[in-house]
Write a protein that binds this ligand. Sequence first.
Ligand code: ADP
Ligand code: ZN
Ligand code: ZN
Length: 726
Amino acid sequence: MDATVAEILIPLALDQTYSYAVPEGIVLAPGDVVAVPLGPRSRVGVVWSLRLGGASNLKQVEGRVDAPPLSPALRRLVDWLSWYTLAPKGSALSLVLRLPGDAPEVARVGVRLAGPPPARMTPARARVLAVAEGGLVHTKRDLAQRAGVGVGVIDGLVDEGTLETVALRPEPVAERPDPGYAHPALSEHQRAAAAALAAAVATAAAPATSAPSPVILLDGVTGSGKTEVYFEAVAECVRLGRQALILMPEIALTSVFLERFSARFGTKPTAWHSGVSGRRRERVLAGVASGDVRAVAGARSALFLPFRDLGLVVVDEEHESAYKQEDGVTYHTRDMAVVRGRLEGCPVVLASATPAIETRVNVARKRFGRVALPERFGGRRLPDIRPIDLRADPPPPGRFLSESLVAELRATTSAGEQALLFLNRRGYAPLTLCRSCGHRSSCPNCSAWLVEHRFRRSLVCHHCGHAERVPESCVACGSVGSLVPCGPGVERIAEEVATLFPDSRRIVLSSDFPGGTERLRAELAAVAAGDADIVIGTQLVAKGHNFPSMTLVGVLDADIGLTSGDPRAAERTFQLLQQVTGRAGRGAKPGRAVVQTYQPDHPVIAALISGEAERFYREETAAREAAGLPPFGRLASLIVSATDRASAEQHGRALARMADPPPGVTVLGPAEAPLALIRGRHRFRLLVKTTRDVRLQDFLREWLIRTEKPRGSVRVQVDVDPQSFL
Ligand code: ADP
Ligand code: ZN
Ligand code: ZN
């Protein structure tokens, strides 16, 4: 008998499914996308389960929606995501469910010669007929262009019956990548690594496979050819007729990367990022669901695409903290990629020159495999890294480049080579101070200083986007001309470089680059092509780019980030500095890096300079273990916020009182968050620390149920495995 009741999950912040009656004559299956009435509206939802039962008092499913059903693997991913992150199931579904929009399918029509010449011949018509001769099908626009006439002339000939219209097949959304298009000459290490990855792809595709598919760390220094190597795994996947997904940080998805793929496979991969919209978005979705699209390179949301037959997931730059989604459903892309791989039965490759400690420990525990590329391709050396002790070699007053750094820059530019100056601070100056009264410009909505952006002539809050014009006089004491910028941002460094090297071609690259992501991608390509002498950039330039003519990297302030309260501060700083110094010497010429620091003996800086990465990681891992921090213990934070401070604090206290932590669980706080105010909301944090054997999610769920529901403006946001502690 056919099911009479359907449990429908709706992509709204609801944690449960709703029961609807299945209308007679419709047979539904789990995963089907349907329309259902909810309140006064019709909503789209997904059939989560079906059963027999009395349905007379239930509202009816309105009907099926024309969208590919959600696969069992994707449905389980939604369940898993919501279980793990404590986000409502409906919110998790909304990441996965992308509905067909209302952009109509534009029918592609062509025209071809069909009937006798027109009664009235004109020179324009004669030109059209000459081009159309031979009976080939042209689009109207193409035919008009070739004949040098307006489209109206073509329409006239169609009306006369001289030309006829024919339907064209839709353009394919993507060409098939050809795994045999180019065969790179791999080094011996690269060949072994590629073979291991390809073997995992092949094993997972074999029909009799029962072993869980592996997660493999591809661990190789910058420039060792990780991309070339995982391309071979992609090639094997495509050869087997399956689909491959390459995840990367949004900004690493550059045309340079797409071209590299194209050089290997004869065509670009299908890109998926926030800029893909409208009709293109739908066609990609349809192509991914039908299996036509064989290789996707995408930012984190690509993880939720409805692949028909996923055979491989690559997570490039797996250590990247941008992979953590901080709003809404707070998932980590790398961890969810591992889950998706398990659910789909396909291998997952995590690529990095600086693998996260979590990943290293998973390798040590034999939960992940590891394939290593120990050296740079082509015998290229890693850059020599030299410290500049700012105590001994300080920049002149009001400047930020020491004389040694300036000398290095001079040597580089006069040799016609490219240099990168790295400072992880956007804008011109991180703080504006009144010299007369000491007033500091701060954001009205956040507990944060306003950052001066001189190109935009404004003071900007980096947390909420609040912007105001730089005032003429101090808002506190009224003094005119008393405001002074304190400290440097990249714009200020650019100004200093312009004074020192007026003839150089300079470019400032940071995430607030005017013109948005697309222009930024274009600028990164220009840098890679050598169209700049000195690049001044934030961490954005450290993310997996390949700048072949770059031979010098200068780190302006290596100490930024070492003093934050984040338990991963040391690891993050080490990774970032290693990544950014690794931009030097990836092309034919050797590279070098100089690092300005006040603390050359700090373990992070010392390890960077001596190249003793393994030692640093060993010590850092031991420290984490001793402190019971991830991955040796588990963390979750609860952020309680409200429009008034007292309500937020009160609810935080109520939560703490109700915690009743079992053995192995510690609840800390509430404490006012370091960013105590964001966008007008006051924030308090609680931190939950548990041993590894505790079922953290169960504890959190029961705790939240026990505590009274937040009222008024109070919100509680749960962040499992938090990456940010602000
Ligand atoms: P990684 O991702 O490990 O930093 P890439 O894959 O970007 O390294 O490779 C670094 C550079 O070396 C690139 O310019 C790449 O084209 C080149 N390269 C790496 N392996 C090979 C190879 N086998 N043949 C030719 N060029 C290679
Ligand atoms: Zn003042
Ligand atoms: Zn603000």
